[in-house]
Ligand binder design. Structure first.
Ligand code: 5AD
Ligand code: SF4
Length: 478
């Protein structure tokens, strides 16, 4: 791509959905900026609008088509406005998007994020384009989001995709269909990338994948098939955690998400014995009922899940635990749901993402409309689960009052610019008011003085380190 082909044009990027998508968005922003574009402040100011979509839950579709309707009016008023739709909903619904929203200029999928700027230039020359690649068409490791230029919101903290796709087959989940089979990025590439990030002032990395605990199994298998008989086919995630944490300048390592069935003793040990790895485990439960877990094909029982959690808690001091739970999976009875409440209470979560089951066409249970749970029953269950989770979160957060925590500054609080927001090692937001503004990336010690279900409040004790470089790194190649 010729840098500067779009010089001076302004883009607005809107992300729907998960962290993986936030990360892809950073790559898209990096590419557009490498092509000479600048971020717009709002729609009126934008020449190009990029929607990065998610198809994991249904309301993402509704929100996308709502937004596209709104953009149609904007484009009618201003025909030069260009619209790009990317991400996993685009991957899945390619033709539908074209049919429902012919005013979209570029539709691209999850496997060709790196083509965003090129396709935009092509569409300008020749008219609307849809380019969706199947996972099997990709052999080039450069297609991984992390191997692309990036524009990060937080200069001190970066996401690194270690694996794409998923080899599991959870009965509710569209990810294996849209993201394809698991593909791990080579170990050395990842360590090199983290070293490059650290050299640019990054102190915290979050390793991303759908099932990080199986990281590397596919790489070993490929080497074995290529004739290296000495290779043991096993995951290498524990080694990766250690290697990334050993990179000079990296002070915090996080990761998401592990699968409870694959959380190994080696990974728990690596977390326990590697000081840079943060004391936070996101362990998706999905349901507390063994019957539902089996129907979901999750590969564990509630007892097994709690057992693994207990092992992790006893090995890793002061561990925060978060989770994902689905309410209203087809066929979920009152009794099944009671089990979910019990397991959630027993697990004592610090927070939980709770989702209403949403049928995704093409998944195993989406057609079982006869087993769908009535919306009002789901809504009531959802509220009850929220209460249980908030209760345990508040108890755990109150238990931290009086302690002093290491906090990395993220910036001024959204509600009150005099209040600073930082993040603890356990991934909790802390609001505090320093006497003078602190730059993002500053390390401080903060005494916890108050707690809510979703945050902590505190008072600055001392600043322990200031960021080495500018907090915002506009574009880094590769
Ligand atoms: N309906 C509701 N929630 C879902 N998730 C994935 N697919 C669905 C679905 N069809 C949730 C799971 C997963 C999280 C990322 O999204 O809890 O862990
Ligand atoms: Fe989806 Fe299950 Fe794979 Fe997670 S492990 S991405 S829920 S299929």
């Amino acid at each position: 791509m010729e840098p500067g082909a779009s010089a001076g044009r302004r883009y607005l990027l809107k992300t729907f959905g998960c962290q993986m998508n936030e990360h892809d968005s950073e790559r898209i922003a990096g590419l557009l900026e490498a092509d000479g574009m600048e971020p717009a402040t709002d729609l009126d100011d934008a020449d190009v609008v990029v929607l990065n979509t998610c198809c994991i839950r249904e309301n993402a579709d509704n929100r996308l088509y709502g937004t596209l309707g709104h953009l149609k009016s904007a484009k009618d008023a201003r025909p030069g406005l260009e619209i790009v739709v990317g991400g996993c909903l685009a991957q899945k619904d390619r033709d539908l998007i074209r049919r429902r929203a012919p005013h979209v200029d570029v539709v691209l999928g999850t496997h060709n994020v790196h083509r965003a700027a090129d396709l935009l230039a092509e569409a300008r020359a020749t008219g609307p384009i849809t380019e969706i690649l199947e996972a099997s068409a990709i052999e080039d490791h450069e297609a991984f989001p992390s191997a692309l230029p990036v524009r990060r919101e937080q200069g001190h903290s970066a996401w690194v995709t270690i694996q794409i796709g998923c080899d599991n087959a959870c009965a509710f989940c569209i990810v294996p269909t849209v993201r394809g089979p698991e593909m791990s990025r080579p170990f050395e590439h990842l360590v090199d990338e983290v070293a490059r990030l650290a050299a640019n002032g990054v102190v915290e990395v979050t390793l991303l994948g759908q099932n990080v605990n199986s990281y590397g199994r596919d790489l070993a298998l490929a080497r074995r098939r290529a004739g290296d008989g000495r290779i043991r086919v096993r995951p290498m995630f524990a080694e990766l955690l250690r290697a990334v944490a050993a990179v000079e300048g990296i002070r915090r390592v996080r990761y998401t998400s592990p699968h409870p069935k694959d959380l190994s003793a080696e990974v728990v040990d690596a977390m326990a014995t590697t000081p840079a790895v943060c004391e936070h485990l996101h362990l998706p439960l999905q349901s507390g009922s063994d019957r539902v877990l089996a129907a979901m094909h999750r590969g564990y029982t509630a007892a097994r899940y709690l057992d693994r959690l207990a092992t992790a808690r006893s090995a890793i001091a002061d561990l925060a635990v978060t989770t994902d739970i689905i309410v209203g999976f087809p066929g979920e009875t009152d009794d099944d749901f009671e089990r979910t409440l019990e397991v959630a209470a027993e697990a004592g979560y610090d927070s939980a993402y709770t989702f209403v089951y949403s049928p995704r066409a093409g998944t195993e249970v989406a057609e079982r409309t006869d087993r769908f749970v009535a919306a009002e029953v789901v809504a009531e269950r959802f509220e009850r689960l929220r209460t249980v989770v908030e209760r345990s979160a508040l108890t755990r957060h109150r238990g931290r009052i009086g302690g002093v925590e290491e906090v990395v500054v993220e910036g001024p609080s959204r509600r009150d610019p005099l209040v600073t927001t930082g993040r603890t090692r356990q991934n909790k937001l802390v609001h505090f008011a320093p006497p003078a503004p602190l730059r993002p990336g500053t390390f401080a010690e903060v005494e916890v003085t108050g707690a809510g279900a979703h945050h902590l409040r505190g008072e600055l004790v001392t600043v322990t380190a200031t960021p080495l470089r500018r907090a915002r790194i506009p574009v880094t190649a590769g």
